[in-house]
Design a protein around this ligand. Structure first.
Ligand SMILES: [Zn+2]
Length: 307
């Protein structure tokens, strides 16, 4: 059956002598493995059609699903023709960091595509790539990346049906107050009456998660930017700083010189309050739990940016 439509290439790998297989998230919300026959030896067919991170329009043959074939069996679509709609070149030509940021969001989207057909995921990824490809003041780049990253992770977890009501306690239903407990790896929170180890940073993270789950991206960005220089969150900053001092003291007891070691998520190159990175870290822990292993691009990105 011949089908066609716009899609975003999530990843690509070589197959056989000259073929390439791209995993494509289509506008319909379906993710498919699309095989381009002979493309690696062809002079007439463009290798750019299955370039990861490109918005493309593809026409392909999709074999009918046959009864008796296991649902787990990968059914390849066979590429007939197509064109590149938007390559997001500014992102791809922004050096190693740019490529890493791109792989990061593609990897998260690929994780989200496990949920089954999700047109929302396609829109989320398309909007994110467009935003990343929009020029932005150098000083605001890291800030924008962090906002997009938190928003994207919360939305992917929501698409997978894993985000609970981040405004109230999962145990008693009461409103979350100054302190809460994030029940990692679940995206559920307990109030200070139900959890003895409730803390301030987790309570702030709950607000960020609720905002990302319920607001459009523009509103969410405004909301987070509003907190950037305000007093809100300063309590959480202090709580995290106290926590770090304790951890450093413990490290210093056991490992000589360990107190000089930069700690993940708390490096000096921050332009946002620490509780924002606290939220990031917790979200990543949730995703890695459900994926059953590390998010590769996220790990590389953290090493590269020392966050
Ligand atoms: Zn409670």
């Amino acid at each position: 059956m011949l089908q066609s439509g716009p899609g975003i290439v999530l990843n690509r790998r070589n197959a056989g002598e000259a073929d390439a297989i791209g995993r494509v998230l289509f506008e319909s919300g379906e993710a498919r493995e699309v095989r381009s026959h002979g493309v690696r030896k062809s002079k007439s067919r463009s290798n750019l059609l299955l370039e990861p991170g490109s918005l493309v329009h593809l026409t392909y043959y999709q074999s009918e699903e046959r009864p008796g074939v296991s649902a787990d069996a990968v059914i390849f679509a066979s590429l007939k023709e197509g064109h590149v709609v938007e390559r997001f070149a500014s992102l791809k030509e922004d050096g190693y960091d740019g490529l890493l940021v791109l792989s990061y969001f593609l990897e998260l989207a690929n994780f989200g595509s496990r949920a089954g057909d999700s047109p929302e995921l396609f829109l989320l990824l398309k909007g994110t790539l467009e935003e990343l490809a929009t020029p932005c003041e150098a000083g605001l780049k890291a800030f924008r990346f962090t906002m997009l990253s938190i928003f994207f992770k919360v939305r992917v977890l929501k698409i997978l049906g894993l985000v609970g009501d981040a405004r109230s306690c999962a145990e008693c239903g009461g409103e979350l107050r100054e302190e809460a407990l994030w029940n990692v790896p679940e995206v559920f929170f307990s109030c200070d009456a139900c959890a003895s180890d409730a803390n301030i940073p987790d309570a702030y993270s709950a607000r960020v998660v609720a905002a990302a789950a319920g607001m459009r991206y523009g509103k969410f960005a405004e909301y987070l930017a509003g907190w950037r220089n305000s007093q809100a969150g300063s309590l959480a900053d202090k709580a995290l700083a106290a926590d770090e001092l304790q951890t450093r003291a413990a490290d210093a007891d056991s490992v000589p010189g360990a107190d000089d070691t930069p700690r993940a998520g708390r490096g000096p190159k921050k332009d946002l309050p620490p509780w924002v990175y606290h939220t990031e870290e917790r979200l990543l822990q949730c995703m890695e739990h459900y994926q059953g292993g590390p998010m590769r691009a996220a790990t590389q990105l953290r090493e590269q940016l020392r966050i």
